[in-house]
Design a protein around this ligand. Sequence first.
Ligand SMILES: Cc1cc2nc3c(=O)[nH]c(=O)nc-3n(C[C@H](O)[C@H](O)[C@H](O)COP(=O)(O)O)c2cc1C
Length: 226
Amino acid sequence: MTVILHIDSSVRAITNDNTEHNSISKALASLFISHLHSVTNIDEYIHRDVGVNPPQFITQDWIGAVFTPEAQRTAMQRQTLALSDELIAEVSRADVIVISSPMYNYGMPAQLKAWFDQIIRINKTFDFDLARGDKPLAPLLSSKTLVIITSSGEFGFEKGEINETASHLVPHLRTLSKYLGVEKIYEIKSEYQEFGDRRHEQSLQTAKSQTKALAAVIAEKTSESL
Ligand SMILES: Cc1cc2nc3c(=O)[nH]c(=O)nc-3n(C[C@H](O)[C@H](O)[C@H](O)COP(=O)(O)O)c2cc1C
């Protein structure tokens, strides 16, 4: 049983009347999914575009509901947590999670952060025990693979590169992935969008090739684990 959860988060669509406004991260993620479909059996495919349909931000009432024991929650509190329950159920079912994200202001879009805030929830996706000393949080989910697909206007966000100190997108996703139960991460990036030059074209072509190759790798790995 292979379940794929695909989360897009750019506010841009894959295709627009002005093609210069097409989302690169969504196009790459779509390419990945279509290649995966062509090389393996996907039992369930769940797709959310949080860029276009953002999850609600969490609130004080949301926190109150989370910290109320389940059996004592009011109908209103259960309703407050309904979206969180639904999103967590999707993550729990997934074997492979694909997150496509633009870089906005050197990090992830607020819409994607809202998705994580709904999901990373005590006694659902992590638990908290001071007996663990200075690292009291532990994830409750496991065995998932994450594919991170990003697009940025600038470039050089890796260690030792020109924009290393402004790199708050992929490092943040890597940190949070632990609480989705991720044990293996693959990363694909397209850079230089704002330069619109040959470097961008090259970066995009490389990302497309890597996307297709990665679909084959993931297909093999998921069939091995069946
Ligand atoms: C609101 C906004 C903020 C952005 N901030 C950054 C940034 O901090 N660094 C960067 O390299 N590119 C930045 N960009 C450029 C985007 O990362 C780039 O256009 C990327 O291709 C967007 O992803 P998409 O094509 O999937 O929509 C920003 C774009 C927007 C619209």
